[in-house]
Structure formats: C-alpha cells, structure tokens
Ligand binder design. Structure first.
Ligand code: NDP
Length: 488
C-alpha cells in the first residue's frame, strides 16, 4: 500500500468488512468484434486491449474500426433508416424502446458490474445511479416516440446519427444519445471511448435480444481516429459528441460548411456556491456529491467551491471531517465511495494539475488514505486559498480535486462563478428562495441546482453555454437535436 501526503486525521472512520459484488454475473469474452447490421463482425483494422483501471488486468481485446468498418456501419444504418426505421410508426418504435428499457432493468446487475470493471467507478454508483438513469432514458423517450407531433419540432427524423461518447459515464452517455435518436426515427452509429467499450458491446447484445431491426444501432469501437472517420463520413446527417472542449472544437471545424447538424456537450468548471445561511451539514453532503461522485470525472462536477467568507472556516472544518470518512478502493466493494481513476493518462493529468496548484501557492490537503499498489488512484483532495488566477480555478481537472475560493456578496459570487470560459452547471446553497431565483437568473450555466447537486433526470434538459457546448440532451428539448424542425 502507498500513502499520499496527508495531514492529521480529523475523524474516525468505521471499519467496514469488505462487501465485494461478485463479478461472476459478467460473461467476459476474450475478444470482441464490431456490431454492424445486427451482428458482431471482425473489423478490418487492428485491435486494442481494454483494462480494469483498478487492477490493470486486461479484460478483453477489442476490434479497432478503420475507415472501411465505419463506412460499413454507416451504410447499414442508412439502409435500416430508409427501409425500416423511418417507415415504422412511432408506436411501433416505442415498443422496441420499451423492450430495451426493460431488458436493461433485468440485466441491470450485469451492466453495473461490467461498467465498474471497465470504468473503475464504485458499484454503488453504477448500480444505483448509472443503470437506473439509463433505463429511465429509454422509458422516457419511448414515451415520446408516438407523440412527436406534440414536441414542437415536427416528426421528421434527420437520418443517420454519428455519435461519439466519452469514458466517464459510458452507458449513460450511450442512453442520452441513442434513446432520443431512435425515438425520433433516426438510426445510429456509436463510437464508445477507447478505455470503456465493454458496456456498449453488451448493449449491442441487448439490441439483439430486443429483436431491434438490424442496422438501427451499430457500435464501432476504436480510438480517436475511428471517431474522426465517423464524424467526417459524408453520409452521416447528424453528429452528437460528448467529451473534451478541444476535441469538440475539432469536430465543429470538421463539420463546418456541411449540412450535418451538430450537438456538443463539452467540459465544465462549475461553481458550487454556499451562502452563510445555508444548512451547512447538508451543503457539505452536496459539495462531496458535487466533486467526489464518479471520482470527479464529471463534466458538470462542482469543482470550484465558492463559500461566503464568514462561514468558510466552519464549513471547511466540516468538509475535512466528511472527506476523512470517504472510502477509496475496490470499485466492486459495495462500501466504496471513490473508485479508480479511469486511465493512466487521466491520472497523470490530475497529478500534473494538482502539482501546479501547489506550485502556484494554494494549500493542498487530503485525508489519510491508503491507496492500492496496482491500478490508478488519487485521493480526495482539497485546495484552499485558491484565487481566480490559479490554473486549478480555471482548467477542468476531471478528478477528485476541489478548489476553494471565498466571496463576500452575492454579486461577487456571480462575478467569480461566471468568470470561466465554461457554462455547464452551478449549485446554490441558501435558505432564501429569492436569492436562489436571483442567482439562477444571474449564473451563466445550463443547469443550476438549488440545495442539491449532480441530480439527473431524463425529463430535464441538460447542456451548456459558451465553451461547454451547444444543444440540449434530455427532456422535450432533447428531441430538437434529432428532428428536422429542431432548429426552426
Ligand atoms: P476526448 O474528448 O478526447 O474523448 C471523447 C471521445 O471522443 C472519445 O470517444 C474519443 O476517443 C473521441 N475522440 C478523440 N479524438 C477525436 C476526434 N478527433 N474526432 C472524433 N472523436 C474523437 O476526451 P479524453 O478522453 O481525451 O479526455 C481528455 C480530457 O477531456 C479529460 O481530462 C477531461 O478534462 C475532458 N473530458 C470531458 C468530458 C465531458 O463530459 N465534458 C468527458 C471526457 C473527457 P478515444 O476514447 O479513443 O480517445
């Protein structure tokens, strides 16, 4: 075991007996092909390994789709769109979506265990958050499939959607993209992230189990080059991307001048703002949820804590006490609060930016925390004395690292919160309803949570301003991205 630098413990943690979830429910194959036209096929390209970030064990060998594979997938999606899916009534499409939703629920444990194995997130999150939200998205958009005339965006689908998703919520991002696309009558070619392809491939099996017509959903695994080929394919009508702002900008450039429609869900540097009248214990739970949920690999993470100066000391003492109770370790253990960092590259990035925070003079603190020898780990970390000029206050760290700034007045809080190129989410903690409404109006963020954080619901639109992207996913608004009338 290694121990990251820490200071004095501030509370006693209960000893928990390990409670590992069995991985026997997952039937891992040694190798996986691509899912094209309803079948698993060998790719023309090479293959790559996907590993368990908690142990560095190789889980499987996965095909890397090349340009010809992407072309075959897009052609299958076009055929399915023209011949079957766009001709089917909304109520018929809904039946498939309901069936998929029910199978996701039935196979929920298997999906959750596989997600935790491939991604490193704690089983209690994949089991209680990711998978239920995934099923809910399919149920919700199944409900829209036969009611599109009431959406306000017409009923005409766009055609073939090329969808590229990241590694932080592999299944959830798949659901946010695939469910509305299919409900509106589009067919899809989806590229999961290189480090987390396995649940998308299990989803392909679920499509087979649901008897989804061949070609309606196609999955092409691979790295950035596969994503590039998909985005650039001339027969793709719609590009939907979630990931880094840098790649989002490259995609926007790649499709500029074409007739392709684009939605981009990019990074964030959300402010979680605590006023002096907030219920502090509740706020501490929201701060922890905001930045340590999913190891902080969350685009809308509350990575900047803005706390009113008069309560800063008291709040930070409570926060340190709470952080000392977080259990970091085996993602499959049901007690685990913070799992593994998704990849060696991401760990390196978190380490580098944290070092920059220290070098620039911020105060660094982590609770005593034993980290496993193998795998990729980073302890929950707090930086105090952070100013607007610090890089850790401006750049997305995408890890379990919280930067704390203070403010005196609501207008100073707004000023600081909005002082970022991003605009995805924000949180406000106060007992005053009028202050919540004032802040919600003043904050330039797509989502503003009041006295809670990181709450997701399929009925509620999600998306950003400024460099956090364009378009909305979820809710009625999410249909606009997949219907011809969506941009009228
Ligand atoms: P990327 O934006 O590179 O990856 C997102 C997806 O895009 C992946 O499927 C990736 O494939 C694919 N991709 C990469 N390059 C291209 C391209 N040129 N054209 C089309 N698709 C492409 O994120 P990273 O995984 O590299 O993470 C880097 C940083 O981005 C993180 O540290 C974090 O700060 C931020 N990030 C933000 C997310 C968010 O939701 N806002 C999600 C993930 C990361 P592949 O997996 O093979 O690289």
């Amino acid at each position: 075991m290694t121990t990251e630098p820490t200071s004095t413990p501030t509370s006693t943690v209960f000893e928990y007996a390990p409670a590992p979830e069995s991985r026997s429910i997952v039937d891992l194959r040694a190798s996986y092909g691509l899912f094209v036209d309803g079948e698993f096929v060998d790719g023309h390209g090479s293959s790559f390994k996907t590993i368990n970030p908690a142990t560095e064990e190789v889980l499987a060998e996965v095909a890397e789709a090349d340009d010809a594979d992407v072309d075959a997938a897009v052609r299958a999606a076009r055929r399915a769109h023209t011949r079957v899916w766009s001709r089917m009534s909304g109520s018929e499409r809904a039946k498939y979506l309901y069936r998929i939703a029910r199978i996701i629920q039935e196979r929920g444990r298997e999906l959750a265990v596989l997600e935790s194995l491939d991604n490193g997130k704690p089983i209690k999150e994949s089991r209680d958050v990711d998978v239920p939200i995934v099923a809910a998205h399919f149920f919700y958009y199944a409900g829209w499939a036969d009611k599109l005339e009431h959406s306000g965006y017409g009923t005409t689908p766009l055609g073939v959607a090329g969808q590229v998703i990241p590694w932080n919520f592999p299944l959830m991002m798949l659901a946010w993209k695939v469910a509305p696309a299919l409900a509106c009558g589009n067919t899809v070619v989806l590229k999961p992230a290189e480090t987390t392809p396995l649940t998308a491939l299990l989803f392909a099996e679920i499509c087979q189990q649901a008897d989804l017509p061949p070609g309606v959903v196609n999955i092409v695994t691979g790295a950035g080059g596969t994503g590039q080929a998909l985005v650039a394919h001339p027969d793709v009508d719609k590009v939907a991307f979630t990931g880094s702002t840098e790649v989002g900008k490259a995609i926007a450039r790649a499709v500029a001048g074409s007739s392709k429609k684009v939605t981009l869900e990019l990074g964030g540097k959300a402010a979680n703002i605590v006023f002096d009248d907030a219920p502090l214990d509740q706020a501490v739970e929201g701060i922890v949820e905001g930045i340590f949920f999913n190891q902080g690999h969350v685009c809308c993470a509350g990575s900047r804590l803005l706390v009113q100066e008069s309560i800063a000391e008291e709040l930070l003492a409570k926060l340190r006490t709470r952080m000392a109770t977080l259990r970091v370790g085996d993602p499959l253990d049901k007690n685990t609060d913070v799992g593994a960092i998704n990849s060696a590259e991401q760990l390196q990035r978190i380490r580098e930016l944290s070092q920059v925070g220290e070098d620039e003079g911020a105060g660094r603190w982590s609770p005593p925390c034993e980290l496993p020898e193998r795998g990729f780990w980073f302890p929950p970390t707090l930086f105090t004395g952070v100013t607007q000029a610090h890089r850790i206050a401006r750049e997305e760290i995408f890890g379990p690292v919280l930067s704390v700034l203070t403010f005196r007045t609501p207008s100073e809080a707004v000023e600081k919160a909005n002082n970022t190129p991003y605009g995805l989410s924000a949180g406000v903690w106060t007992e005053k309803g009028s202050l919540i409404l004032h802040m919600a109006g003043a904050l330039k963020a797509g989502v503003v949570w009041a006295n809670t954080f990181n709450k997701f619901d399929p009925t509620s639109p999600f998306g950003g301003f400024k460099e956090s992207g364009q378009g909305r996913e979820g809710g009625r608004h999410g249909l606009a991205a997949y219907l011809r009338g969506g941009d009228l």
